[in-house]
Design a protein around this ligand. Structure first.
Ligand SMILES: NC(=O)c1ccc[n+]([C@@H]2O[C@H](COP(=O)([O-])OP(=O)(O)OC[C@H]3O[C@@H](n4cnc5c(N)ncnc54)[C@H](O)[C@@H]3O)[C@@H](O)[C@H]2O)c1
Length: 230
């Protein structure tokens, strides 16, 4: 059982790798040394991984966050965000799904974001990229259902990783997330804390497992209630 995890060196990706290893997977990580924005690099890496056995699970966790008011975003900020968060998911999922189809088995989880469904200030490019990744993953799930391959989305809210702590100084980013910011039309987190990477990894592991055998094209939000159930 080989699981391929993109963004494997990141906060959530590394927690996913550990969690899947506990489930008995041989975990292969993919991070900055293979650029998910390059379909050629992704194809040859997936080819290489498959020489050691079939990839049975894929987790798309690579991502970037570029913040800024929509009207101030540069062409490059917009393009880079879409390239990693949307096209990257497409490249890796396509490469792996093409190999899963003849085997009639496999499961894919894309780590998107609760920002894909709730408007956030300064996150237009990020949210748009995550919405694209979310709907792409659901459409893929529809096309792969006849082959017994399930595709789901985990949508984290604020999670204690470098992506969140890099927003401001660490403690402020976490406190602001928990308390909310009324001036930014942002409610806090009803469960009273940001997610740990393992909270997200648990949801990923569940959706990849046989315990989720009849679940596909779903979007599981792991945000402590920050989007009030939307
Ligand atoms: N941390 C949060 O609050 C939060 C909330 C919602 C969603 N997410 C999503 O969860 C996923 C993991 O985020 P994280 O918090 O662990 O962030 P992180 O910055 O710790 O990890 C992201 C990883 O993606 C890798 N990466 C970036 N661009 C890449 C590229 N072009 N090719 C290959 N790898 C690349 C980075 O090297 C990094 O290791 C991301 O998709 C992120 O958007 C995070």
């Amino acid at each position: 059982m080989i699981a391929l995890v993109s963004g494997a060196s990141g906060g959530i990706g590394s927690a996913v790798c550990e969690r899947l290893a506990d489930d008995g997977y041989t975990v292969v990580g993919l991070d900055a040394e293979i650029d998910v924005t390059s379909s050629a690099q992704v194809e040859s890496f997936v080819d290489h991984v498959e020489t050691s056995g079939p990839i049975t699970a894929l987790v798309n966790a690579a991502g970037v966050l570029r913040t800024g008011r929509a009207v101030d975003l540069s062409d490059a900020e917009w393009a880079d965000t879409l390239a990693v968060n949307a096209s990257g998911v497409f490249h890796v999922s396509r490469a792996v799904a093409r190999r899963m189809i003849p085997r009639h088995s496999g499961a894919i989880v894309t780590v998107a974001s609760n920002a894909a469904k709730t408007a956030r200030q300064n996150m237009a490019a990020y949210a748009a990229s995550k919405a694209a990744a979310t709907v792409f993953t659901k459409c893929l799930g529809l096309e792969l259902a006849e082959f017994g391959i399930r595709c789901n989305v985990v949508a984290p809210g604020s999670t204690d990783t470098p992506m969140l702590t890099g927003l401001w100084d660490g403690s402020d980013a976490i406190r602001t997330s928990v308390e909310g910011a009324p001036g930014a039309y942002r409610v806090g987190i009803p469960l009273g804390r940001v997610a740990s990477p393992s909270d997200v990894a648990e949801a990923v592991a569940f959706l990849l497992s046989d315990r989720a055998a009849h679940i596909t094209m779903q979007d599981l939000t792991v945000d402590g209630g920050a989007c009030l159930g939307v």
